[in-house]
Structure formats: C-alpha cells, structure tokens
Design a protein. Structure first.
Length: 242
C-alpha cells in the first residue's frame, strides 16, 4: 500500500500545461514575426518556417524554444503516463489502511511529525498483485474478521511475524476467505431459489399469486447477484434467465 499523491500530481501537471502553452504561444509569435521578414529586412528569417536547417552563427531563437518545448513535453508525458498508471491501481480498502495505520501508530517507525502522509486515507492504492475483492468478501472482512478475529482462528494463515518481543502479527488466509465467501454465496443463492419451490409445494396458490411470487424472487435473486458479486449487467441478465 502506498500514497498516490493525486493532488500533488495534478498540481505539477497544471503547472507543466501552463508552461507548455506559454512556450507554444512564444513559438507562434516568433513564426508570425519570421513570416513578416524578407529581402527588404535586415535579416530574412523565413527559412525557419520552411526547413530545419541551422548553422552556427544563425539566430537561435526558434531552436532554443523548440529545445525548451521538447524538454517540457517529455517531462509532461512521463508524468501523465505515471499518474495514469497510479490511478489504475485499485484503491486501498478501509481495512487495509487501518491495518497499516494502527501498526505505524503502535510501533512508531518514524520520528514525530513524519506521519502526515497517513492523514489522507482516500489517497492510498494497493500495489500490483492485489486482486479486487467483491462486495460479499468485503462484507466478511469488515464485518466478521475485523470484529471477531480471535473467534475465527480457523481463518488465519499459518504465516506469522514477530513485531517485537511478546507480540506477533497474524494474517488471514486469502484462500480460506475465498472458500468461505463461495460457500456463503452458494447457500444464499440456493436459499433464494428453493424458498419459492417449498412455498409452491406447501401451499395452494392461484396463478396470479404464483406469478407474483416467482417475479419477486427473481428480482431478489438478481439484486443479490448485483450487490454481492459486483457482476456486470450481462452476467446478471444471463444468471437471472438461467
């Protein structure tokens, strides 16, 4: 997990855009000035509008501006691409941020006054290799594992790290969390699908009531898929039709 520094990147990009636009304006004015020169002028600079030839002793106005523009463009392009790559990284979850924040608060690896970068929880991203978690997985982590970490010892990973003497850090197994989420998803889906079957078997309903009940449970099933799985619209449509 690391800070993206989105505001700082935007500030630098704004300054670079303003500087590049200013250089472009200077080049445009220089081109207009060169176009007005000719045989009647002391120096004919129209050649700068038609070719890239330059020799020692010639006026360096255009050449200097182009070099300055090239340098700024390279700097701007590099920052734009890197900022775009950072924006594409998944945002750190509240749980991930709190884990790092609490560890730094408890262990204090930095001197006083060097923790200000941790004050923007919404500006942190997860580095490459972290998969996106679904809504049901986030619910299990934030509502179950975070509240009852000692009761759910079977969800822990075998890896543990000693932070300091007498204290250890435990990690929950991603494989076990994924398995638990899948089992819970299957149970919820099966329950929603089987309830109308039992109702039809145990009660006598007319056609209108049966149609309304089936419609309600189809909508509930589609809503559960949408909320708990972060599925796309076409996936929800196919799953509901099936």
């Amino acid at each position: 997990m690391a800070r993206r520094f989105g505001t700082a990147h935007s500030r630098i990009l704004l300054h670079l855009q303003a500087e590049i636009a200013e250089i472009e304006e200077q080049l445009d004015k220089l081109d207009e000035s060169d176009a007005k020169t000719g045989a009647h002028s002391e120096v004919d600079l129209r050649y700068r509008l038609r070719c890239n030839e330059w020799q020692v002793g010639w006026d360096t106005g255009q050449k200097d501006l182009l070099e300055k523009l090239k340098k700024k463009l390279f700097e701007y392009d590099d920052l734009v691409l890197k900022d775009s790559a950072l924006r594409n990284l998944p945002a750190a979850s509240r749980n991930d941020f709190l884990h790092v924040f609490h560890w730094m608060w408890g262990n204090k690896p930095l001197d006083k006054g060097h923790y200000d970068f941790m004050l923007r929880s919404n500006d942190f991203v997860i580095l490459a290799g972290k998969k996106q978690s679904g809504a049901l997985e986030r619910f299990m982590i934030n509502s179950c594992l975070s509240r009852w970490p000692r009761r759910l010892k079977f969800m822990r990973s075998s890896n543990r790290y000693q932070v300091k003497k007498g204290s250890e850090v435990f990690f929950f197994s991603e494989a076990r969390i994924t398995l638990a989420v899948r089992l819970l998803s299957v149970c919820v889906a099966a329950t929603v699908l089987m309830i109308p079957v039992f109702l039809l078997h145990l009660t006598n309903m007319n056609r209108e009531a049966t149609s309304v009940m089936v419609l309600i449970f189809v909508l509930v099933f589609a809503a559960i898929i949408s909320l708990f799985t972060d599925a796309k619209m076409e996936t929800i449509f196919v799953g509901t039709c099936a």
